[in-house]
Design a binder for this molecule. Structure first.
Ligand code: GLN
Length: 282
């Protein structure tokens, strides 16, 4: 094996690709290379570890190297493979939405803790791929779950994800925040709204360069939408309901102050996976 001119072992190809991505400043070069190779071959990472000494077919190699070249230019892995894992669910992604992040699983955990009852209603505002709504629905079969997004492409993608996961009971609507939900009240209102300031240096780096600004940037140093949601959500909560918001690491105090000023009770914070101040609730 490995004698032919165009043949190269999978493990060697992977090692070379990881080197290339490292030089291109990917934060996770080896993982990126493995995920892209799995995508080309239609196999799991476990398969790669077992069969890495096999030769790559020329077509496989060509497709893999094209993906590595795109990744080296910064394109997000989730866009190249068209999906991302969130809460153990495989979600289709596109450039119309934010790519689901592990940090946001903290918001799902908080929602599950506050929504332990058998029945209730949850709305996820700015649902994007549907990640939060679908993760919650997968754990709470008795709940009525709604996701809304301003972007019709996002709503279509989220509905697609729901169908693929057997969660079509989740309702996805095109709506500017609560606009399509007048008169509706929920036990849980959750959102991961845009919360970066428009001059955040983070916007020029990594995957966020390829994500919609409308999902990332808000006025008032990133706080405008968070403040707006704190004000509006009061009219859409059942008595004893909870509003849960993801925010930037430096925004927790401001969000909790806004919750208190608006009359929310039991205002608190929950830390994300890295024990950082990421979610506030009241
Ligand atoms: N947490 C995201 C980031 O730092 C921002 C997401 C958002 O604005 N909702 O890339």
């Amino acid at each position: 094996m490995g004698q032919g001119k165009n043949l190269m072992r999978l493990d060697l190809l992977l090692a070379r690709a990881a080197e290339r991505l490292k030089a291109a400043a990917s934060p996770s070069p080896r993982l990126d290379a493995e995920v892209l190779m799995c995508h080309v071959l239609g196999v799991s990472r476990a398969w790669l570890y077992t069969w890495g000494d096999r030769d790559a077919e020329p077509l496989v190699r060509a497709r893999f190297e094209a993906l590595i070249a795109a990744r080296a230019q910064g394109r997000p892995v989730a866009h190249l493979v068209g999906e991302r894992e969130f809460w153990g669910l495989t979600l289709k992604t596109s450039d119309a939405t934010l790519i689901p992040r592990p940090d946001t699983e903290c918001l799902v955990e908080a929602a599950l803790a506050r929504g332990a009852a058998e029945k209730g209603q949850l709305v996820d505002l700015g649902t994007g791929t549907g990640a939060i709504a679908l993760a919650f629905a997968s754990e709470r079969p008795g709940w009525q779950v709604t996701g809304v997004d301003l972007s019709p492409q996002a709503v279509a993608l989220a509905a697609d994800n729901a169908a693929a996961l057997g969660l079509s009971r989740v309702r996805f609507l095109q709506s500017d925040w609560f606009a399509a939900l007048s008169g509706e009240c929920f036990s849980l209102v959750v959102a991961n709204p845009p919360y970066l300031a428009d001059d955040d240096p983070h916007l020029g780096q990594g995957d966020v360069r390829f994500e919609p600004r409308s999902a990332l940037v808000a006025g008032e140093e990133g706080l405008a939408d968070l403040y707006w949601l704190v004000g509006e959500a009061r009219d859409h909560l059942v008595p004893g309901g909870w509003l849960l918001l993801e925010h930037g690491l430096e925004q927790g105090a401001a969000v909790r102050q806004a919750l208190e000023d608006a009359g929310y009770l039991d205002v608190a914070t929950l830390e994300d996976l890295g024990a950082r101040d990421r979610v506030s609730l009241g």
